[in-house]
Design a protein around this ligand. Structure first.
Ligand SMILES: CC(C)(COP(=O)(O)OP(=O)(O)OC[C@H]1O[C@@H](n2cnc3c(N)ncnc32)[C@H](O)[C@@H]1OP(=O)(O)O)[C@@H](O)C(=O)NCCC(=O)NCCS
Length: 200
């Protein structure tokens, strides 16, 4: 599939290109991104270059991973503010009907609602029968990542629980939260925000 642009009044999502390598490398050196993702740490320019010039185009070409750079509204080549991805699950038969959403946002663009707006566009496309047509979109985060959980919660993802020692992060299995969104789920919170949540 050729990469395409998703737009709303709040954000533009367009494929990251070689021009974005330095900005991606700079943002991904952020300690919060290292703490909550499985990306390399320390993150160096070669990691960004490999991601943008190989991982991203391969994902689109093979239709296994769909990655967009999130930019300001109306700009398909402005500075990268965040990264948004939908990964199709592969493996057992039928698994390809499920996918996972993932994102990071530059520290200077956090807390603006931009991530939620971008995730909404990507999730809607992933679950639209005329888009990717997934039956299930899941979200996973390491336990304690409340900002990420809040984004998923606002989109209507339903919390499914804790998967103990589920996902490896640089060689260590960490407990993960799991939530999912199905095509006909309302795109609004489906349950009260947990009282045990930390505050922004
Ligand atoms: C997770 C992340 C993408 C969220 O980005 P963001 O731009 O802050 O997202 P938004 O502004 O759209 O929404 C964040 C929400 O979380 C809330 N929030 C922020 N910190 C919080 C905290 N510690 N506890 C509870 N809620 C929190 C914000 O108030 C906001 O909610 P609101 O719009 O109702 O006020 C960003 O923090 C990030 O890049 N983190 C590091 C990488 C990461 O964790 N990626 C996800 C891996 S699963």
């Amino acid at each position: 599939m050729e990469p395409f642009v998703l737009r709303s009044a709040e954000v533009t999502l367009s494929v990251p290109t070689a021009v974005d390598v330095d900005r991606v490398a700079q943002v991904c050196a952020d300690p919060e991104i290292a703490a909550w993702t499985v990306m390399p740490s320390p993150y160096v320019r070669a990691d960004a270059e490999s991601f943008v010039t190989r991982t991203v185009p391969t994902g689109w070409a093979e239709e296994t991973m769909f990655t967009w750079a999130v930019r300001a509204p109306g700009s398909v080549d402005g500075p990268v503010l965040a990264m948004m991805g939908i990964t199709r699950k592969m493996g057992a038969p039928g698994q390809e009907q499920a996918g996972e959403i993932g994102y990071w946002t530059a520290p200077d663009a956090r807390g603006t609602g931009l991530t939620t707006a971008a995730a909404r566009l990507a999730a809607d496309w992933a679950l639209d029968p005329e888009g990717l047509g997934l039956e299930r979109l899941q979200w996973q985060a390491f336990v304690g990542n409340w900002p990420s959980r809040r984004v998923a919660w606002k989109l209507g993802f339903r919390f499914e629980g804790i998967l103990r020692r589920y996902r490896p992060q640089r060689g260590v299995l960490r407990d993960s939260w799991m939530a999912s969104l199905l095509p006909h789920d309302p795109r609004e919170p489906s349950e009260p925000w947990p009282t045990e949540a930390s505050q922004p």
